[in-house]
Write a protein that binds this ligand. Structure first.
Ligand SMILES: [Zn+2]
Length: 145
C-alpha cells in the first residue's frame, strides 16, 4: 500500500518546529529580560514571541500531525474494542436474552388476550379456530376440548 503523503502536512510540521523555536527564543528572552529594566524590550518581545510561538506551534502541530493522530485514534479504538470484546459480547448476549424474554412475554399476553372468551365463543385448544363456547369438539379439527 503506497500512499502519497501530502506535502502540506510536511510543511505544517516544519512550521510547527519553526514556531517551537520562536517560542523557545521568546521564553529565553523573557527569562533573561526579567528585572532588566534597561533592556525592557527583551522582556516584552519575549512575551509576545513565546505567546505567539506556543499558540502557532500547537495549531500547526495539531493540523500537521492530523494523519498520525487520526491513525492513532483508529488504532486506539481498535485496541479498546479488542480489549473489551468479551465483555461487549456478554452485554449484547444478555440484552438479546432480555429482549427475547420480553417479546415472548408480549406474545403470550397477546395470545391470552386473543383467546379470551366472550361467553358465546371460545378458541379451539388445538387449532385455535373460533368455536361455540359449549361445543365439546372443534368443528374444524374435530379434537375434543
Ligand atoms: Zn380445532
Amino acid at each position: 500500500m503506497s500512499k502519497k503523503k501530502p506535502v502540506l502536512f510536511l510543511i505544517l510540521k516544519i512550521l510547527a518546529v519553526v514556531f517551537l523555536c520562536v517560542a523557545i527564543v521568546g521564553i529565553v528572552f523573557v527569562i533573561t529580560g526579567f528585572g532588566d529594566f534597561e533592556n525592557e524590550w527583551k522582556f516584552i518581545l519575549g512575551g509576545i514571541l513565546s505567546g505567539v510561538g506556543v499558540f502557532l506551534t500547537f495549531t500547526f502541530a495539531v493540523i500537521g500531525f492530523y494523519p498520525e493522530i487520526a491513525k492513532l485514534s483508529v488504532r486506539m479504538t481498535k485496541h479498546i474494542q479488542d480489549e473489551t470484546k468479551a465483555e461487549m459480547t456478554d452485554i449484547a448476549t444478555t440484552q438479546a436474552e432480555i429482549q427475547s424474554d420480553a417479546i415472548k412475554t408480549m406474545a403470550s399476553a397477546a395470545r391470552e388476550g386473543f383467546n379470551e372468551s366472550d361467553g358465546e365463543t371460545k378458541f379451539c385448544k388445538h387449532c385455535g379456530e373460533k368455536i361455540d363456547e359449549d361445543s365439546r369438539f372443534c368443528k374444524v379439527c374435530g379434537k375434543e376440548q
